[in-house]
Design a protein around this ligand. Structure first.
Ligand SMILES: *Cc1c(COP(=O)(O)O)cnc(C)c1O
Length: 241
């Protein structure tokens, strides 16, 4: 893809984000764009960075670990995919935020590693809003039950919630799921009297609807980078990860 194409796509997505925010009476600056670069090579990330994007999302620790060192250290990385327990140590140092904390066990494990490293880790709790058997995440009921204990973990900062709704044919069909995440957040804030300001929801097909429902992070991949080949990006085999 041409360099100009990245900058045109970024401008287009930014304009749509701003329009969706204004439409719903929100400040466009309250919505941050996470450019999901999974499967795309560092050159594509660099092209988007040159166009002004600094925040990127990856769904695999290994892929991010291989890519990030090849790019400007000014870029910020968020993990948006399931984190295996044996990768927690690598993830905590690498990502500015782990958006996909999908169980209490994982939250505790991140807390322990962050404590050892003497840092605090920013996280979002992932909610399985549609109760899909195949998906990771807290059920709304489990979250309401467990979140108080998680808020007591001193080395993670729980900043809000994240969801990946089931695939839908039309963007508007995702609206009830986004609304459900916002309502759950509102309920938790009221009961617990803690701020959970961040709602990470909306992808290429439905981020405008998500913004109308309160998203503060939208995670956009293909609308910026083009379609994915489906394969994980790997460095040439002579590069040690
Ligand atoms: C891949 C991915 C995205 C981006 O998906 P697009 O439809 O390409 O925008 C967003 N969130 C998560 C968790 C992903 O894995």
């Amino acid at each position: 893809m041409l360099k100009e194409t990245y900058s045109e796509r970024l401008t287009e997505v930014q304009a749509r984000i701003a329009a969706a925010a204004r439409r719903s009476g929100r400040d466009p600056d309250a919505v941050s764009l996470v450019a999901v670069s999974k499967t795309h090579p560092p050159e594509a990330v660099a092209a988007l960075a040159e166009a002004g994007q600094t925040l990127f999302g990856e769904n695999r620790v290994q892929e991010a670990r291989a890519k990030a060192p090849l790019l400007s250290s000014a870029l910020r990385w968020h993990l948006v995919g399931h984190l295996q327990r044996n990768k927690v140590r690598q993830a905590v140092g690498l990502f500015e935020m782990i958006q996909s904390v999908d169980s209490s066990d994982l939250a505790e494990s991140i807390h322990r590693v962050a404590e050892e490293q003497g840092i605090r880790c920013r996280v979002l709790l992932e909610v399985n809003v549609a109760g899909e058997a195949t998906k990771f995440g807290f059920s709304p009921e489990a979250l309401e039950r467990d979140i108080e204990a998680l808020l007591g973990l001193s080395h993670i900062d729980i900043e809000g919630l994240m969801c990946i709704p089931p695939p839908v044919a039309k963007p508007d069909e995702a609206r009830p799921y986004f609304a459900r995440l916002r309502e759950l957040r509102d309920r938790l804030e009221t009961h617990l009297r803690v701020p959970l300001a961040t709602l990470s929801m909306g992808m290429s097909g439905d981020y405008e609807v998500a913004i109308e429902e309160g998203a503060t992070f939208v995670r956009v991949g293909s609308a910026l980078f083009g379609e994915r080949s489906g394969k994980t990006w790997r460095p040439k085999s002579d590069v040690e990860i």
